[in-house]
Design a protein around this ligand. Structure first.
Ligand code: IFM
Length: 400
């Protein structure tokens, strides 16, 4: 058993576009209507209106932290026009979290941008950094009292999304949409690795946002990185290091100087001399096609700690896409065992936030169910699964 430090955060994560519904002014909403094979987010889980109910479920289960996001496209629906009503909406969310005894972990950018920003040229446009920094400055006042702020979610996956969006625009990519968060190995065509030039631009944006937040808030600032938990076959260590650089280390190195780094882990991937090995079809594979690998979380936090020089880590996402909640509990329990061992070995982990609180919109797909709570998509009724109470009980033990 590993005893956890007092104040260790236990909770769950969400993202605005995936749960709020009707994110009408965002780039992703626009692409949902255009790209074949993409399901629409629509009303999503209607969390824009039902956030109090969501937070209450979490608090009542005994969990103490909630990661949610602010949607840039709502705050600034057209360039320079700030919606005071939307700022007030997100401030109400933060205050609701305080009122319910939840520590808010607030993400400022989770894959989606305003449509106008994308049309202007997106992240590679000359104005991108100034635009993002201005948005961060605009939301800073409503972050009063918030201790944990994530500037950007999974910049490494965002780099792939931005690249894919450009390729689709240039008609270079044909065929059906497939979210980059779905497994890219196996029978599907391989995803491009994160584009390094886009990645470097996102690093610049993160550093600009960090500076703006430090000047205006007392929050701990960091960003979250999707971890592939690469494991080398004998003789493939160099290949693994090469892949790690492009997939995650570029982003982890850029986190040095932050107050914390977010680790997001779901599965692991073998690396052979020729690169990432597709893993075979298997009945244990998850609904997003990834292998069942709860050991990934241990690999991810150890690697992150090594590359960042022992920075404080928040597990900002870990979970499994399955309709079988018993399997979710088994996966999460095993993941936590690996996390506990890493903590016992000295990795500085400050919290565990499960992905996700709700069954939500998985970037073009509704089938993958990551939630501790099911949501009726017509009535929006929330139906907590046994895993919610299980995670709450685990949290109350204060040890792993
Ligand atoms: O749903 C996503 C989330 O938006 C980013 N991290 C991975 C999750 C599951 O694929």
């Amino acid at each position: 058993m590993t005893q956890l430090a007092p104040g260790f955060l236990w909770g769950a994560s969400t993202a605005p576009h995936q749960i709020e519904g009707n994110n009408l002014n965002s780039d992703f909403w626009a692409s949902e209507g255009r790209v074949p094979g993409m399901e629409r987010s629509g009303d999503a889980c209607d969390s824009y209106h039902r956030y109090r109910e969501d937070m209450r479920l979490l608090a009542d289960a005994g969990l103490g932290a909630y990661r949610f996001g602010i949607e840039w496209a709502r705050i600034e629906p057209v360039p320079g026009l700030v919606s005071r009503a939307e700022l007030a909406h997100y401030r109400r969310m933060i205050e609701t979290a305080f009122e319910l005894g939840l520590t808010p972990v607030v993400t400022l950018h989770h894959f989606t941008s305003p449509l106008w920003f994308a049309q202007e040229g997106g992240w590679m446009d000359d104005h991108a950094i100034d635009r993002f920094r201005a948005y961060v400055e605009t939301v800073s006042p409503i972050l009063d009292g918030v201790e944990w702020v994530v500037t950007m979610n999974e910049p490494n996956m965002l780099a792939i999304m931005v690249y894919m969006a450009r390729a689709m625009q240039d008609q270079q990519a044909a065929g059906e949409w497939q979210s980059p968060t779905l497994d890219n190995e196996g029978p599907r065509p391989a995803l491009p690795a994160p584009d390094t030039a886009i990645g470097e631009r996102l690093v610049e944006a993160h550093h600009a946002a960090r500076e703006a937040l430090r000047e205006r808030t007392g929050a701990k600032v960091g960003w979250t990185v999707a971890n592939r938990a690469f494991v080398a076959r004998p003789g493939a260590e160099d290949k693994k290091r090469e892949l790690e650089h492009v997939w995650e280390d570029l982003y982890l190195e850029a986190a040095r100087g932050d107050d914390f780094v977010g680790v997001q882990s779901y599965s692991s991937q073998w690396v052979g001399p020729d690169g990432i090995e597709p893993h075979p079809q298997h009945p244990d594979n998850t609904l997003v096609g990834t292998a069942y690998r709860p050991d990934a979380l241990g690999i991810a936090v150890r690697h992150t700690s090594e590359v960042t020089g022992g920075m404080p880590i928040l597990v900002t996402e870990n979970g499994i896409a399955t309709h079988d909640d018993t399997r979710r509990i088994a996966y999460t329990g095993e993941s936590l065992e690996h996390l506990g061992k890493a903590i016992a070995d000295g990795v500085d982990v400050r919290g565990y936030l499960h992905w996700s609180l709700l069954d939500n919109y998985e970037w073009g797909h509704w089938e993958p169910a990551f939630g501790l709570v099911a949501v009726d998509r017509e009535t929006f009724e929330r139906r907590p699964k046994p895993s919610l109470a299980w995670l709450g009980a685990t949290a109350r033990q204060g040890r792993i």
